[in-house]
Design a protein around this ligand. Structure first.
Ligand code: B12
Length: 144
């Protein structure tokens, strides 16, 4: 009786072990182009990177950073999350009123300025995200 019960109880385990294992290894990924553009000296660098499906821009940037292709730093703001401070060694500067602006070029060519930072922005597959080193103007500081 005991042996029969043990046998019956072990059946699901045996079935499981004999089946091919299915793991979610093929997580869905998209691709974006990232352009690092210093508008003050007209210098551009292009990257193509994978991004998790519906993943945030910061995640794609971290992938590039992990592969030693891109170097960047962020500062955490309690209300808005990470603020992009420097890219490839070039940092924003309050005195010179410079910063890294985040822009997104859509598939139809339209360039938009996302109203969130790198930690919240979710690019569409095949978008071109532009990190533009630029100066802020009065209008940015009053209406951003
Ligand atoms: C001024 C301002 C800027 C200036 C800041 C320059 C400066 N030294 O003053 C500049 C032009 C650099 C700027 C940039 C951006 N900004 Co701005 N900015 C503002 C604004 C109008 C006022 C902030 C302020 O002075 N508060 C008063 C001070 C006393 O408080 P504070 O906490 O110290 O303020 C600091 C933070 O707000 C920080 N900051 C400013 N913008 C952003 C954006 C993010 C994502 C983070 C984490 C921090 C941050 O800089 C301020 C000065 O140090 C607010 C809107 C508002 N009315 O609050 C938007 C606002 C904070 N910005 C916003 C955005 C989206 C951006 C950008 C991402 C836009 C872009 N697409 O490039 C970029 C940041 C890019 C990056 N490098 O990460 C959004 C954030 C919304 C969100 N949920 O993420 C806001 C709320 C405007 C909006 N669209 O609704 N910004």
């Amino acid at each position: 009786m005991v042996y029969r019960d043990l046998f019956l109880l072990s059946m699901p385990l045996l079935t499981c072990l004999s089946c091919p294992m299915v793991f979610p290894t093929d997580l869905e990924e998209d691709q974006i182009t990232l352009i690092v553009f210093n508008s003050l000296i007209n210098d551009t660098k292009n990257y193509i990177t994978k991004i998790a499906h519906r993943g945030i821009l910061l995640g794609a940037m971290r992938r590039l950073q992990k592969n030693h292709m891109l170097n960047f730093t962020v500062t955490e703001y309690p209300d808005y999350g990470p603020f992009l401070v420097s890219v490839n060694g070039l940092a924003r500067n309050d005195t010179q009123k410079t910063y890294w602006e985040i822009l997104d070029k859509l598939q139809n060519g339209t360039i938009i300025r996302p109203d969130v930072g790198v930690g919240c922005f979710i690019p569409n597959p095949n978008d071109t995200v532009i990190l533009k080193f630029t100066t802020w103007k009065k209008k940015d500081v009053t209406t951003v």
